[in-house]
Ligand binder design. Structure first.
Ligand SMILES: NC(=O)c1ccc[n+]([C@@H]2O[C@H](COP(=O)([O-])OP(=O)(O)OC[C@H]3O[C@@H](n4cnc5c(N)ncnc54)[C@H](OP(=O)(O)O)[C@@H]3O)[C@@H](O)[C@H]2O)c1
Length: 271
């Protein structure tokens, strides 16, 4: 297993830095003394959230022009963006909708919304891939389990409004780009932050000793995944070349050791 330290001079761009996984990812990067740029639609929120310790780049992944400044000179992109699988305020409706429409005319419903899974998880991710510098060292993407099980329960329900279709297309954009990548697929996410926390709380976030971490491939696992472990995987994978151009699932199972040995976990990807 080859370990390569991320240079403290390299800029790491975190897209979705205000989200649950994104906040924890930024905190992990800062803990390691790395240089973080946060891509956000909400610059004021990010400045206070991380005690002004990150560079802020205002941008929307649905607007390619807004990404030019954000990606300048970055060496790593960690993409933790997302929206809800089912209709919600996060879809940003431009007119009224109701559940009748959602159940019987989901296409029409999606046309009324600016930030659907198709837009964020496919078009937005593709925009970010296209904007990325060609000398990027790694594009890390938080995807989802179930992409290859869309016809089986519970993923058939989860995919009712196309979130798994969009994640799959987002993954393909990354794989086809020729950029070095790592795609991480959690199962159902657990653990906070459910709302914005301060930096100290983020740095001390724990899973309260719940379960160990298991890495698998082939989209077979079931269960739950801690956001804290997803964030750690996003950051730890940058150090190990064996995680380059790999797609893997992450799930919490078994007894949790004192410390998670990411190096040993990643050896599973070399078989
Ligand atoms: N929930 C689950 O059980 C589950 C399971 C498997 C995988 N996942 C995936 O795991 C990832 C992280 O989940 P999470 O719960 O941490 O997500 P989250 O809290 O909902 O955060 C989503 C982030 O994406 C950003 N975002 C949304 N639309 C954007 C746009 N158009 N341009 C720029 N940024 C945008 C949001 O920024 P704003 O602050 O500007 O809104 C926010 O920072 C997501 O990709 C999700 O699909 C979730």
């Amino acid at each position: 297993m080859i370990a390569v330290n991320v240079s403290p001079d390299d800029i790491v761009l975190v897209a979705g830095a205000t989200g649950g996984v994104g906040q924890l990812t930024v905190a992990k990067l800062l803990e390691k003394g790395l240089k973080v740029r946060a891509l956000t639609r909400n610059p004021g929120k990010v400045a206070t959230m991380f005690d002004n310790r990150v560079e802020v780049a205002e941008g929307d992944i649905l607007n390619p022009d807004s990404l030019q400044n954000a990606v300048r000179n970055v060496k790593y992109i960690l993409c933790c963006t997302g929206t809800t699988a089912f209709p919600s305020d996060k879809w940003q409706f431009n007119s009224n909708w109701n559940w009748f429409e959602a159940l019987f005319d989901s296409q029409k419903l999606k046309q009324k919304a600016a930030n659907t899974p198709e837009k964020v998880d496919f078009i937005g991710v593709t925009n970010l891939v296209n904007a990325a510098p060609r000398d990027l060292k790694r594009f890390v993407f938080v995807s989802s389990c179930g992409i290859h099980r869309k016809n089986s329960f519970p993923f058939s329900i989860l995919n009712a409004f196309g979130v798994l279709d969009a994640k799959e297309k987002g993954e393909q954009s990354i794989i086809n780009s020729g950029l070095p990548y790592t795609i991480i697929r959690p199962v159902r996410l657990i653990d906070g932050p459910y709302t914005s926390y301060d930096l100290n709380t983020l740095l001390k976030a724990t899973t309260q000793g719940k379960l160990g971490v298991v890495i698998d491939t082939g989209d077979k696992v079931v269960g739950e995944t801690s956001r804290i472990d997803v964030a750690a995987a996003c950051v730890e994978c940058l150090t190990y070349t064996e995680t380059e151009n790999k797609v893997f699932e992450l799930v919490n199972q078994g007894r949790r050791p004192q410390t998670i040995d990411w190096q040993t976990l990643f050896t599973k990807l070399t078989n």
